[in-house]
Design a protein. Structure first.
Length: 366
């Protein structure tokens, strides 16, 4: 059912819509536009996948093979005598190549080999405890508090240190207990204030969604229909109602009300602003969900095809960007092939290449 059917129209040419009615129409329009975008994205994505499966997959396989070859070559050269700066550059380039293969390769053996290189060359970081501190600090603290059985009770200084540690531990435990008690008091106070204020906007929106669902469920319950064809229609509609209700999609439920012949435009226009306000909040949330879904699809597609999601991918331009990516892959293959040939032909080329990579890194940073 077209989303335009949900539009609220003024009762007469002279009448004007209230602010909530105008907001309702605005959210319906935004949701319709976002749905259309997602549909166009699905069609464009399918076309791009077909094109990439034919032309891009072989290129990417060759590109990743060459990246793996470069990472393995740099691993072999790590034993050479290099300056500190050259070694850092070599390891950074090795990690970049190996990580690309780990992220994109479909070959388990190749990916496993690159994962091993990533593990070996990734700088180690200190382990953190549950509170974000270094794990070693916790172990040292534990060692600094000897057990009673380990105390030399004939040494006054050792006994004094032990008793002081016990007092500190007891004070810390008491402070934690006070904090927990205070937190519970604040929670109870917040719950009491919440009850005094009545239902929140989110709760009102949920109640309105439930009202629409109950009306639909009562109207479409298949067990109350004797005629087989109508029973099948209601069963199919009820399945869609359940899916929309569980997902919290008010607009779909309202569309289903029209499809089930439960509501006409005049009824919607008669709703008060107080009744429309929860609807508007749910439509806003639904629009937000659609936006997040669109963003997630763009980011997933960008990661898979090596594109920049920050540029704002659009369905109409998706194929052109995939073609550009295919050209980049071919250019990358040509560069890596020539680089490996030069590195293997002349060992001193490695230092020259590392110097060149350092210059490029500085230019990108600037």
């Amino acid at each position: 059912m077209a989303s335009s059917l949900l539009r609220i129209d003024a009762a007469s040419p002279e009448a004007t819509l209230s602010a909530e009615q105008q907001l309702f129409n605005a959210w319906v329009q935004r949701i319709a536009e976002q749905r259309a975008w997602l549909q166009a994205w699905d069609e464009a994505e399918q076309a791009c996948r077909t094109r990439f499966a034919r032309d891009g997959a072989p290129l990417r396989t060759r590109y990743l093979d060459l990246q793996a070859d470069l990472a393995q070559y740099l691993d072999q050269q790590a034993a050479r005598k290099l300056s500190k700066m050259e070694r850092q550059l070599l390891e950074a380039c090795l990690l970049e190549s190996a990580q690309q293969v780990v992220d994109l390769s479909d070959t388990p053996a190749q990916r496993a080999a690159m994962e091993e290189l990533v593990r070996r060359y990734t700088p180690e970081e200190p382990e953190l405890d549950a509170e974000g501190g270094a794990a070693g600090d916790a172990s040292l603290s534990a060692q600094a508090e000897p057990a009673a059985a380990d105390i030399d009770w004939e040494d006054p200084e050792a006994v004094a240190q032990f008793l002081e540690a016990q007092e500190q531990a007891a004070a810390a435990q008491a402070e934690r207990a006070r904090a927990q008690h205070q937190a519970k008091r604040q929670q109870r106070k917040a719950e009491q204030m919440k009850k005094a204020k009545g239902p929140t906007a989110a709760e009102l929106a949920t109640q309105s969604l439930r009202e629409v669902f109950r009306r639909l469920a009562s109207r479409l319950h298949p067990d109350r229909e004797q005629e087989p064809v109508e029973r099948a229609r209601k069963t199919a509609l009820m399945q869609r109602v359940n899916i929309a209700y569980e997902a919290g999609r008010l607009m779909e439920l309202l569309e289903l009300q029209w499809e089930a012949e439960q509501m006409d435009p005049a009824k919607l226009a008669q709703l008060s602003d107080a009744r429309l306000a929860p609807y508007n909040r749910m439509l806003e949330a639904q629009w937000g969900d659609l936006q997040r879904e669109a963003q997630a699809r763009m980011q997933s597609f960008a990661r898979e095809f090596g594109l920049d999601a920050a540029t704002g991918l659009q369905p109409a331009k998706l194929m052109a960007q995939v073609r550009e990516r295919l050209q980049q892959l071919q250019g990358g293959i040509d560069y890596l092939r020539q680089l490996l040939q030069a590195l293997e032909a002349e060992p001193n080329t490695l230092k020259q290449w590392l110097k060149h990579e350092r210059t490029l890194a500085r230019q990108r940073a600037d």
